[in-house]
Design a protein around this ligand. Structure first.
Ligand code: IFM
Length: 456
């Protein structure tokens, strides 16, 4: 099972999850600093204050990437490091960190893939309304420009946003993520302003000369319980209707505006029932529909639903009235997420048919398990099986015609898993948080061999 010659193999991380050094070199406060320091928001009241101390250990971490033969490393830039208040003066010491990191990666022959926004909004912007405020989209474009001006001479691959669905609907909808607001209308407004920020930033990047621009979404195939184990199962009319509605709320809400300049009816209806559509101004959709090259797909598990007549909308899913979110009949990871590898090929094939104008890249895929170090090794056989199963489905999607450019495992390192804190380990490299010792798990060594052979 050999992958295309130019297939890109790599790993991904995000700033707040690994960097630590939250008060260093002029970094401003982010919404995740505020949120994690508010007791009760994060398991064990963990915070990203230290995380993997990557800010000081990035050279060691790049060394690990080189040993694992990664060709690409996707990381995010912390907006409050670069622009402490989210507007106004740029902090050169913050940018200098990413400058050093990029140079270290290039010296190791690893391509940097930069994500400009992976959820650490400057707190000063949140104090002015955060993503519910249209102005935040314009501030994001200015910040993107500042990062590009410093790194664009060496970095080819740029992603604007990571998982805007999560930022909007967990951040402003059910409040499980920062900033912890719970209001469906705010979540829908935020989703639109995130998209507007994407469009404005993508245009600035393109005009400045960026060669490869990407939007990264968390996407899942939406399936009925019967479809999880039987791809040929045909749902009844009521189930089929909720499947398509949830697909529109999860995936089309972001990719239709970005790639076609339109909103699905289901999203407009949800907005009409939750505060109205006044935040969508004339010309916005044309701005959002900026030319991009790739869609990044973060896949972990399918979304399983069936008709649930009379049920109210879930707090994270405005527009989901009458939908029952169901369990998949499948084994689960330590997150309780069902393991359904062929969900990935089903998803990739559908996305490549619905959006043929862009290439696809799996920008995150991986799993948390309860790993233990023994005699300097971590025998994470379950993670190896998870990655093996999913990579076979990536290959299957390519054979079915999907224009798939690469695969980035989530994550390089165990790290701060948002509301779950440090108790969930997604890394292929184990991190002992007390000593900051890194130990490549069996999955890292296995992945290195897959990369070396460009397949199995
Ligand atoms: O850790 C997160 C990441 O920040 C975004 N995608 C999903 C991962 C696992 O939950």
């Amino acid at each position: 099972m050999i992958f295309p010659e130019d297939f890109v193999w790599g790993a991904a991380t995000a700033s707040y999850q690994i960097e630590g050094a939250v008060k260093e070199d002029g970094r401003g406060q982010s919404i995740w600093d505020t949120f994690s320091h508010t007791p009760g928001n994060v398991a064990n009241d963990d915070t990203g204050d230290m995380a993997c101390d990557h800010y000081h250990r990035f050279r060691e971490d790049v060394g690990l990437m080189r040993e694992l033969r990664l060709a690409a490393y996707r990381f995010s830039v912390a907006w409050p490091r670069v622009q402490p208040d989210g507007a106004g003066p740029i902090n050169p010491r913050g940018l200098a960190f990413y400058d050093r990191l990029v140079d270290e990666l290039l010296a190791a022959d690893i391509s940097p893939y930069i994500t400009l926004y992976h959820w650490d909004l400057p707190q000063a912007l949140e104090d002015r309304g955060g993503w519910t405020d249209r102005d935040t989209a314009h501030r994001f474009a200015d910040y993107a420009q500042a990062v590009y001006d410093r790194l664009g001479d060496r970095v080819e691959h740029w992603a604007t946003l990571n998982e805007p669905w999560v930022a909007a609907f967990l951040g402003y909808g059910n409040g499980v993520h920062a900033p912890g607001r719970r209001d469906p209308a705010s979540a829908l407004r935020s989703a639109h302003h995130l998209l507007l920020g994407h469009g404005l930033a993508a245009r600035r990047l393109r005009t400045s000369g960026a060669r490869s621009i990407m939007l990264v979404v968390n996407s899942s195939p939406v399936l009925t319980p019967a479809q999880v184990n039987d791809p040929w199962a045909v749902p009844g009319d009521a189930d089929a209707a909720v499947v398509e509605r949830v697909h529109a709320l999860l995936t089309r809400q972001f990719l239709d505006p970005a790639l076609y300049g339109t909103y699905p009816e289901e999203v407009l209806e949800a907005a009409a029932r939750n505060g109205g559509t006044g935040h969508v101004q004339d010309g916005d959709l044309a701005l959002i529909n900026a030319p991009i090259d790739l869609v990044g797909v973060n896949y972990y598990n399918p979304c399983v639903v069936e008709a649930g007549p009379g049920l109210p909308a879930d707090a994270a899913w405005p527009g989901s009235e009458g939908v029952r979110f169901a369990q998949a009949d499948a084994p689960t990871t330590a997150m309780g997420w069902p393991i359904v590898p062929d969900g990935l090929s089903r998803l990739l094939v559908r996305l490549s048919r619905d959006y043929p104008q862009v290439g696809l890249m799996v920008t995150e895929n991986g799993a948390a398990f309860d790993d233990v170090v023994s005699d300097g090794r971590v025998h994470d056989a379950e993670r190896v099986a998870y990655l093996d199963g999913h990579l076979r489905e990536v290959h299957r999607a390519i054979e079915a015609g999907a224009d798939l450019r690469g695969y980035l495992v989530w994550s390089l390192l165990d790290n701060f898993e948002w509301a779950e804190g440090y108790r969930r380990r997604f890394g292929i490299v184990h991190v002992d948080y007390a000593t900051q010792t890194r130990t490549p798990k069996d999955s890292a060594l296995w992945y290195r061999d897959v990369i070396t052979g460009n397949g199995f």
